[in-house]
Design a protein around this ligand. Sequence first.
Ligand code: DAH
Length: 353
Amino acid sequence: MIEKLGTVFKQFEKEISLLTNKADILNLKAKYIGKKGEVSEVLQGLKDLILEERQKVGPVANEIKDKIQNIIQDKLNKAEIEEINDGLKQNRVDVTRVESAFVNNHEHGGLHPITLIQQEVENIFLSMGFEVLDGPHIENEHNNFIALNIPADHPARDMQDTFWFHSPSGDVEKKALLRTHTSCVQIRGMKERRPPFRFIAPGKVFRCERTDASHEMVFHQTEGMLVGENISVTNLIYFMKVLLSEIFKKDVEVRLRPGFFPFVEPGFELDIKCLICGGTGCSVCKQVGWVELLPCGMVHPSVLQMSGIDPAKYNGFAFGLGLDRLVMMRYGIDDIRHFHSGDLRFVSQFKSY
Ligand code: DAH
């Protein structure tokens, strides 16, 4: 019987060496060690043997069964790995090809129109030697108001409804708020520099206002400041004209009107001739022919003084460009609320790749 088991095992080895397919291997398993398998039958027959024989044949039969079991398992593992590799070869995704299924079915993202205009403004000023500064959205009362010549009881505070944070102390350097304009970055910029210097500071600003077609609680400005010796209103107008003709890709006509801002003296409202109607009057310019676009002025001597710059020696100009208004003018957008609507039909019109 032991001899027979030996022959059966040899036969098994021969047969299994020819197989690679999972189903064939499982069939072979059934043939040898399945319920009615050749080896299993020997094991079942043990009970009919006399004790002595059983003790001899039993262990050999069990050993062969285990061996077969192990070889089969080994072979099955290999077949499985082979199967996975074959599948990978056939369904390979070439991620370097744009046409591949996943990439092709995806919408491309793009930059928000405000981000695009901000980048454009930054590039124009960088080319004119300005630095681009960044300031925090959460500011203190000193930088946002006091150092800009707006003390606590100043009526100009009413022009900018402010989101205040609860502050335990009355210290104006610690009293926190959401910045109402980017002018506060002037203070940060001046503290770290000595004249001459020129910088812009783009970013979000916040006001506690009721929203409508031309007002939002969150909007965007780019502050600009240039300080040196003998700076004049002519210099201010020159830079503003360059900026606007670069943005609108044509020469724009500008005019200055007096404007009141505590941190500049004199202060101006810079208007541009309406680009929609060319100055004859339309709904965008409210039939006036001019659109108010850029508040600006000559930096107030007290503002320089409070930041440690000698106003007897230095002067300069500052401006606050509203980015939302600029995009609206350029594309004829009639409602500021589109910008934060999250409506893809709106933002996808400005995609750039
Ligand atoms: N900070 C002003 C505002 O948000 C805008 C402004 C006006 C900025 C005049 C300036 C300026 O730098 O000179 O309403």
